[in-house]
Write a protein that binds this ligand. Structure first.
Ligand SMILES: N[C@@H](CCC(=O)N[C@@H](CS)C(=O)NCC(=O)O)C(=O)O
Length: 114
């Protein structure tokens, strides 16, 4: 039932750009719509890719916000103070952070694979 909600990652109207499919073509996670995780990303960013891979491994997903959109980039800077991705927002827990290694560790500790 929860899984019937389309994730951004697999939205049918998502842009199909060569080389950026990893940002859109992710399997729908088991916990989608349960967790409130937002990940600021940038097309082609390997650090973002790493975090998305971790989410996939753990069975969790994110609302992805791409800073290719200037409004999203401005939103990120207002939130975190600098233009750097990936940036995680865990709104349920009131946690926000930069740095892919820190995000990876946070996700593994907070949402271990079931
Ligand atoms: N040490 C950081 C490096 C992150 C990083 O270099 N991100 C690049 C994109 S790959 C970035 O945000 N660049 C700023 C921009 O593209 O505007 C991490 O591991 O998260």
């Amino acid at each position: 039932m929860l899984n019937s909600t389309p994730a951004l990652s697999s939205a049918s109207n998502a842009p199909r750009l060569r080389g950026v499919s990893f940002l859109y073509e992710r399997p729908r996670p088991r916990w989608y719509a349960v967790l409130m995780l937002t990940l600021y990303v940038k097309t082609g960013c390997p650090f973002c890719h790493k975090v998305l891979d971790t989410g996939e491994e753990l069975g969790i997903s994110f609302e992805e916000k791409n800073i290719a959109d200037d409004a999203v980039a401005a939103e990120l800077i207002a939130r975190g103070g600098k233009r750097q991705v990936p940036y995680l927002v865990d709104s349920e827990k009131g946690i926000e952070m930069y740095e892919s290694a820190d995000i990876d560790a946070y996700l593994r500790n907070t949402y271990p694979k079931q």
